[in-house]
Design a protein around this ligand. Structure first.
Ligand code: DUC
Ligand code: ZN
Ligand code: ZN
Ligand code: ZN
Length: 484
């Protein structure tokens, strides 16, 4: 059985051209004019692009005393509805838990996925056991990325010595560290001071996490990565301070990547000063939304290439869950949704406004991520032999975003009321049509784990730090006698 996508304009990260695409089973087998097949999908008036990859989601994640409310079922259904065909979740071992045991818990949850997925492994504690298990995770489990939380003091936060040790281990194994870059000590101190002063509303969350805490941590992680001899991926880059550090590192030849979220690109800090508590608390996430100057910096980074990827950090909590934090903003579960809306929002606010070209859109929603995570060209490509993860994008199809019609399990949407233009006509996940004429055709369990090989060349792109600071043995005569 073959499927042909006809009459569309193919848009990849570097080309725009007219051709049909033929799919057999799960794979693209031919690209060219006048193809025929058993099933024909009409892409007239549409752009045919690699399906989106969201490299940063938290599905059914245990966090802040609860679980994020979208699981692999609703989360991947939301992904497909918005044109995303692969997600990367975070496997989060609890303190003292074996990485491999945590992984088997994640495998139990992900079996319901509608689209393909992978995991980043979080380093939430440090020991010889973790050091040893990292090798199995990389060599046998197909995971080449390790996440480090520099914030969430007393819970997920790693210390600098642990981070340095883990980064060196990543270097040995051909893995890449990721960081949630916020200075957790400063956040804890600012939070305590705000609460003591009676500032306990959701806006306190934003005051407790100014751009400086992110800039400091990003700089620190970049320097530690350089000393460990490993590249670095900075998740949810939200401000100029962090972007500036990434930009400078890249200019120096360091392999450092930055990932703005669609939320930070399109929503600003005024959301926290809305008069009702629920509105603000629903938008509490870390890092918090910033002002317009920071947003401009993020857009500029995508345009110039100093930032490479747009993600969501999808971590959805209901209003009821958010209300755990009434009277104490530090107890509001951190996280917002966005999986279904990332691609339409970025198209509307990026491509339709002229900030991004269509090719840049494909790069930052799919191809760059596939390359950075080492799954290209199986994912992120329209090429013969690639997985048929494809979105047929109708630039004329619009809607007003509303919680009433979303796939996500929560009761609100942070983009509520925003009008988007540009939506999937078809979304294909490994050849299966999961969105048809805009209507979702879900199939639980269709999604498969995508293993990711260790990186080959990553440890070569370092600064000259090691050479420049290599210890020199100094021969001395005249050593003073002790006690002099
Ligand atoms: N930030 C959030 O807002 N939620 C999940 C974890 C994180 O770092
Ligand atoms: Zn984070
Ligand atoms: Zn409101
Ligand atoms: Zn996250």
């Amino acid at each position: 059985m073959s499927t042909v996508i006809k009459n569309g304009t193919i848009v990849t990260a570097d080309l725009t051209y007219t051709a049909d695409i033929k799919i057999e089973g799960e794979t693209i087998v031919e690209i060219g004019p006048n193809l025929s097949g058993d099933t024909v999908l009409d892409a007239s008036g549409c752009y045919v692009m690699p399906g989106g990859i969201d490299p940063h989601v938290h599905l059914e994640m245990p966090f802040m005393g609860t679980y994020s409310s979208d699981d692999f079922e609703s989360g991947t259904r939301a992904a497909l509805a918005g044109g995303t065909t692969m997600v990367v979740d975070f496997c989060l071992p609890s303190p003292n838990q074996s990485l491999l045991e945590a992984l088997s818990m994640w495998d139990n949850k992900s079996g319901r996925a509608h689209c393909d997925y992978s995991y980043h492994m979080a380093i939430t504690w440090w020991s010889e056991q973790v050091f040893d298990e990292m090798e199995t995770v990389v060599k046998e489990k197909g995971i080449n990325t390790f996440k480090h939380f520099m914030a969430y003091k007393g819970a997920l936060m790693v210390q600098d010595d642990e981070m340095y040790a883990s980064f060196q281990r990543c270097a040995e194994l051909g893995a890449m560290p990721l960081v949630h870059a916020e200075n957790g000590d400063v956040v804890a101190d600012l939070s305590a001071k705000l609460l003591a002063a009676g500032n306990n509303g959701p806006e306190g969350h934003a005051y407790s996490r100014p751009p400086q805490v992110e800039g400091e941590a990003t700089n620190r992680a970049i320097m530690i990565a350089d000393m460990a001899g490993v590249p670095l991926y900075v998740v949810h880059t939200s401000c100029e301070e962090s972007h500036e550090a990434i930009r400078r590192a890249r200019q120096q030849g360091k392999r450092v990547y930055g990932e703005p979220l669609i939320q930070h690109l399109t929503l600003d800090e005024s959301e926290y000063f809305d008069k009702d508590w629920d509105h603000a608390a629903r938008r509490v996430m870390s890092p918090p939304f910033r002002n317009k100057a920071h947003q401009d910096s993020l857009w500029a980074g995508l345009q110039s290439g100093s930032l490479q990827v747009v993600a969501t950090d999808h971590c959805a909590f209901t209003t009821e869950q958010k209300r755990t934090g009434v009277g104490d903003f530090t107890k509001i579960p951190n996280g917002t949704g966005g999986l279904e809306d990332r691609m339409p929002m970025l198209w509307t606010y990026g491509v339709a406004t002229g900030r991004l070209t269509m090719n840049e859109f494909v790069a930052v929603t799919s191809t760059n991520i596939a390359k950075i995570l080492n799954v290209y060209p199986k994912k992120g490509a329209i090429l013969v032999g690639a997985d048929a993860d494809i979105v047929v994008w109708d630039p004329e199809k619009g809607k007003t975003i509303s919680a009433k019609s979303q796939q996500s399990a929560i009761d609100y949407n942070v983009f509520e009321g925003k009008h988007v233009k540009g939506l999937p006509r078809y979304t294909l996940t490994r050849g299966r049509v999961a969105v048809e004429d805009g209507v979702i055709q879900p199939k639980e369990g269709h999604g498969q784990f995508v293993p990711r090989e260790p990186f080959q060349a990553v440890n070569k792109a370092l600064s000259k730090w090691k050479e420049l600071t290599a210890p020199r043995k100094v021969e001395r005569s005249g050593i003073p006698a002790s006690g002099v």
